[in-house]
Write a protein that binds this ligand. Structure first.
Ligand code: ADP
Ligand code: MG
Ligand code: ZN
Length: 572
């Protein structure tokens, strides 16, 4: 058996990165920062790599592992991910193996033997396995090229994907100070980034940060009215025949949505943890291998799925954070072709997420951080500005222009109006009714509706009764959402989602704070009317209102672009 590095080199040449990239991985050239990262790690440097999903992080440690002496140890959180990567490497002729709980004792012993014999280039290890005394002492006897900590954000307690076993990985820096460490992730805000650096002992090491922009993804967030009908309209008008992922929070909603889409002639399959493993595997296979299948899933679906031609990701519920939103929407358009990230959201989503946080068993700090993350997401959903620059700004990246031209707000700028008076009316209504009521009741009082509750509490006698007749219920909901997004109002989940004023509401009531409110939710406006179908049952019917001319022109250009791309051979 030849020495590891020489095995991949052109005969007679010292192995260089590019020739290994060509000969082993069959790729013509490096992408983005890959070359620089590979050089840095091959020379023995530590680093943090931030690159969006699909950016090509794996090569950043796989190549140096082949170029350096010894075996590269890769820590990865998911067994399925490890298995797929190792299968790919074996196919490329790389000596790769896994060490995790799926191996029998004999199989594991064989892997250990090969590691000690210098017969492995890459070894994928589950974190809890790596941290066992047995494994640590084994690694102490072997020749190690580097440690790669993939999905490094799992080390962050504040991240959306915290894994307790990742915390112990700080032991690597202590036990093997001379072996280069490379931490990789696709999602890290400033706080998570700092935590990775601290926990994995990377202070002083460079960070290689690629742009997180996904220019081919069009971001769109619409006001939730009749979500199933809106989703059907979105798919049939914009993505007929395309593969896509629809995310819902609950299993029941996954099943209902998949059924509703199927009935509408859209091939949709459910995917959630409550389904039989064989059903899950079959649905996932069909999604990956057949054309134009829509998978309706809980967030359990997606990590490690490498399907390049997912044309849309739709959210029927609000994700937990901007990181989660970015990662989930990032599964669209990995092939670089035009794709959509579409989300329908409403006031109840904020309330529901708030309740989930408040009712969770996490510490007070955890809850505070989670609420901060939710607030940031709500602000993204409510912004009247460019979604892309908001999103990039969240990851600490300055957008190159204030208008990206490929999000709903840029394509059809929302009308802003002075919302000071409306905000004052709403806030004083909440105040005068004792901050004990939810949106519905406050709106009843504002528009002067004599409901049973209104009379029961004597709210028809209040000065705010009927002062908001100039706006309809839908507008008032939009006002409430935006006030929540601006932090002047919050839903108290411990008090039946009563809307309560925050400290900053005082400035609004006194008229010291300017409030600009968006006229209506942006994106394709959809009016939903319920009509009796011939069978006599009630069916929602969606009608797209004529949008304004610039948007229509943009949509036409967009559709013809998609049609044009469809005739082009698939990107490889
Ligand atoms: P990440 O881990 O960042 O999500 P991967 O490492 O899984 O991304 O790579 C995503 C896809 O991009 C893979 O199919 C991989 O083969 C491909 N890829 C990576 N680097 C290159 C490159 N330099 N040229 C072409 N394709 C690449
Ligand atoms: Mg990866
Ligand atoms: Zn934009």
């Amino acid at each position: 058996m030849p020495a590891p590095a020489a095995r991949y080199a052109e005969p007679g040449n010292a192995p260089d990165a590019l020739s290994v990239l060509n000969s082993v991985f069959g790729l013509p050239a490096f992408r983005g920062a890959q070359e620089e990262i590979v050089r840095h790690v091959t020379e023995g440097g530590n680093c943090l790599v931030l690159m969006p999903t699909g950016g090509g992080k794996s090569l950043c440690y796989q190549l140096p592992s082949l170029l350096r002496e010894g075996c590269g140890i890769v820590v990865s959180p998911l067994i399925a991910l490890m298995r797929d990567q190792v299968a790919g490497l074996l196919e490329a002729g790389v000596n790769a193996a896994v060490l995790n709980s799926t191996l029998s004792f004999d199989e594991a012993s064989e892997v250990e033997r090969r590691l000690l014999a210098g017969d492995l280039d890459l070894l994928y290890v589950a974190p809890e396995r790596l941290l066992t005394p047995r494994c640590l002492s084994l690694l102490g006897q072997a020749s190690i090229a580097l440690f790669a900590i993939d999905e490094a954000h799992c080390v962050s307690q504040w991240g959306h994907d915290f894994r307790p076993e990742y915390i112990g990985l700080s032991a690597i820096a202590e036990r093997f100070p001379d072996v280069p460490r490379i931490a990789l992730t696709a999602t890290a805000d400033e706080m998570t980034r700092k935590e990775i650096v601290t926990r994995l002992g990377l202070s002083g090491a460079p960070s290689f940060i690629s742009s997180f922009d996904r220019p081919n993804i069009r971001y769109e967030i619409v006001e939730k009215q009749n979500a199933p009908a809106q989703l059907k309209a979105f798919i049939s008008e914009r993505h007929a025949g395309d593969a896509g992922i629809v995310y819902c929070l609950s299993r029941a909603k996954v099943e209902d949505t998949a059924e509703a889409l199927s009935k509408a002639g859209i091939p949709a399959l459910p995917y959630h943890a409550g389904l039989d493993a064989s059903v899950r595997a079959r649905n996932q296979d069909r999604f990956i291998n057949e054309d134009g299948v829509v998978i309706v899933a809980t967030i359990a679906f997606g990590m490690g799925i490498d399907k390049p031609d997912v044309r849309f990701v739709a959210h029927l519920d609000l994700p937990k954070s901007i990181e989660a939103y970015y990662q989930e929407t990032g599964r669209a358009g990995r092939d670089g072709k035009p794709s959509s990230a579409w989300m329908a959201y409403g006031l109840t989503d904020i309330v529901q997420q708030r309740r989930m946080i408040d009712e969770s068993t996490g510490s007070d700090t955890f809850k505070r951080v989670s609420i901060g993350k939710l607030d940031a997401l709500v602000a993204l959903a409510e912004t009247a500005g460019c979604r892309r620059s908001r999103l990039l700004g969240y990851f600490g990246e300055e957008a190159t222009s204030s208008s990206c031209g490929n999000c709903d707000n840029c394509l059809s700028p929302p009308q802003l109006r002075d919302g000071k008076v409306a905000a004052q009316k709403l806030l004083s209504c909440a105040y005068r009714t004792g901050q004990r009521f939810g949106a519905m009741h406050l709106i009843d009082v504002l528009v002067g509706r004599l409901t049973e509750r209104v009379t029961q509490f004597g709210h028809d006698k209040l000065s705010v009764f009927g002062v908001g007749r100039e706006l309809n219920e839908k507008h008032w909901r939009a006002v409430i959402r935006q006030l929540v997004a601006m932090g002047h109002l919050r839903a108290d989940s411990e008090a039946f989602n009563a809307l309560k004023l925050t400290e900053s509401a005082r400035g609004v009531l006194k008229g010291e704070t300017e409030i600009m409110l968006r006229e209506a939710a942006p994106g394709t406006r959809i009016r939903v009317s319920r009509t009796k179908s011939r069978r006599g049952d009630l069916e929602p019917r969606a009608e797209a209102k004529p949008a304004d001319a610039p948007l229509q022109a943009a949509l036409r250009a967009w559709r013809s672009e998609i049609a044009r791309q469809r005739n082009v051979p698939a990107y490889v």
